[in-house]
Design a protein around this ligand. Structure first.
Ligand code: HEM
Length: 431
């Protein structure tokens, strides 16, 4: 993910926001230079036998010698022991710089388990996540050797509308906790839609991730069954190369800055009491038609997005971090075309911004086809109806990118606040 920009200002204002590729590199460089020696203690230097944790910053950023030395894809092993704190006002895995691997699990509660069943699941997952994020096996873990080093593992838990219905708590559901309106571009398949409970599980290490996923599913047995599972990957944040999606575009440039998250992402005093410090997430599975996209020449691809393919710079600028000038014209024609993705995705007020945390997927193609690939578009915001929906409506109506992309799955979850020490996820709702 690249540098954050405040799109509302006239000039690019860059911040050293936590979920930022370059600020992450900067942190590594500063720490390697001795400025934050107290925070360093990661990776291969960490005891493999004990899985003892490396120190990290609150957001989960870690110091990486590989990153500081600027190596491409800087040695993933160097963050092996790094721990993202589980306790805090917000759950981990949202403002945390995105890990390279993710699995999203949507489960449906077994009918009849009720509020008590949901409470039991949240207790189990609180125990599992708090242990696994520290590299400690779960209670009764059948594969304890796979629990460490945690490699920035995060488990982020959300509830869908169905969970509140099963628990008899629908009167406490915010209006946005429901399936999104169907957009004109949607070709949704039920196998990727909805779900009662979400676990977003991320790590730099796919083995640690697979173990955590299995542990969470084992803990759910008898209470909930798997509805869908989606796996994704992206460039490590320590990479000196930008995150790219599978269409080849630099993806994740414009994001809310750290100081804007309270207004854009975290639910505050005007939201339901049980969600304060929480958020909402929209998970959309968007298939890409790579065969027809690949046939376009680079200039056409740049017009579709409104940015350069090589650098990610807007067509009106030279650097990725330049603020696009949507008013610029040449010979009376807009430099960033009327149909360009960024023209219709852009917003002007902080309260409309969304935090994108997307992952690529590249699954087994059907016989006779060359790709089954796309983007797990994951957006965090305070209120999907006020932030995601108007944006998606504009894009559905005017974005030329729709020609090569098709949303085939859609789900909305309420993201619980982070637990305080000794508390259970969802305690303010479930008691
Ligand atoms: C497969 C589908 C999609 C692809 C390939 C894609 C790709 C991109 C790319 C390459 C950029 C420019 C760089 C950046 O700022 O990250 C961008 C920007 C953006 N996209 Fe998408 N996008 C997709 C779907 C969506 C959807 C569904 C939404 C929201 C409904 C969205 C919202 C945004 C926003 C808010 C920006 C920043 C716009 C700005 O202020 O400049 N994108 N996208």
């Amino acid at each position: 993910m690249a540098k954050h920009q405040q799109v509302s200002g006239g000039a690019a204002e860059e911040t050293s926001a936590a979920p930022s590729r370059r600020s992450f590199l900067g942190t590594g460089a500063a720490l390697a230079g001795g400025a934050g020696a107290g925070l360093v203690g990661f990776g291969l230097g960490t005891s493999r036998a004990t899985g003892s944790a490396a120190a990290t910053t609150a957001s989960g950023a870690i110091a990486s010698a590989g990153a500081a030395s600027g190596g491409e894809g800087a040695a993933a092993t160097e963050w092996a022991g790094a721990v993202v704190p589980f306790i805090g006002p917000h759950q981990a895995g949202i403002a945390t710089p995105p890990q390279a691997h993710a699995t999203f699990l949507a489960l449906n509660l077994v009918p009849g388990v009720g509020k008590e069943g949901l409470r039991r699941l949240m207790r189990q997952w609180t125990s599992d996540a708090s242990r696994l994020q520290r590299g400690i096996p779960t209670l009764g873990d059948p594969q304890p050797d796979l629990a460490s080093p945690p490699s920035r593992l995060t488990v982020t838990v959300g509830l869908g509308r169905g969970a509140l219905a099963e628990a008899g708590l629908l009167d406490r559901a915010p209006a946005w906790l429901a399936p999104l309106p169907v957009f004109s571009v949607d070709k949704l398949e039920q196998r990727w839609n909805d779900g009662d409970v979400l676990a977003q599980v991320c790590s730099e290490d796919p083995i640690i991730l697979a173990h955590a996923v299995r542990a969470l599913l084992l803990s759910a047995s008898g209470i909930a069954t798997l509805h869908w599972q989606q796996r994704g990957f992206r460039r490590p944040v320590t990479s000196t190369s930008a995150m790219r999606n599978l269409m080849g575009q630099v993806d994740g440039t414009v994001q809310p800055a750290d100081g804007e998250l309270d207004q854009a992402v975290w639910i505050g005093a005007d939201g339901p009491e049980w969600l304060r410090g929480g958020s909402s997430v929209v998970v959309r599975r968007i298939r890409m038609d790579l065969d027809t996209w690949d046939a376009l020449d680079p200039q056409a691809k740049e017009q579709v997005i409104g940015r350069r393919m090589t650098s990610g710079a807007p067509l009106t600028g030279t650097k990725e971090t330049d603020v696009p000038d949507l008013t610029a014209t040449v010979d009376g024609l807009p430099v960033i075309p009327d149909f360009a993705h960024i023209r219709h995705a852009a917003v002007t007020s902080v309260a409309q911004k969304i935090l994108r945390r997307p992952y690529n997927y590249d699954d087994t193609p059907a016989a006779g086809s060359s790709a089954e690939a796309g983007l797990l578009f994951v957006a965090y915001q305070r209120d999907p109806l006020a932030q995601f929906v108007p944006m998606q409506e504009r894009l559905a109506a005017k974005d030329l990118l729709n020609f090569w992309t098709t949303p085939i799955g859609s789900a909305v979850f309420a993201i619980l606040p982070g637990p305080a020490e000794g508390q259970t996820l969802g305690q303010a709702l479930l008691g």
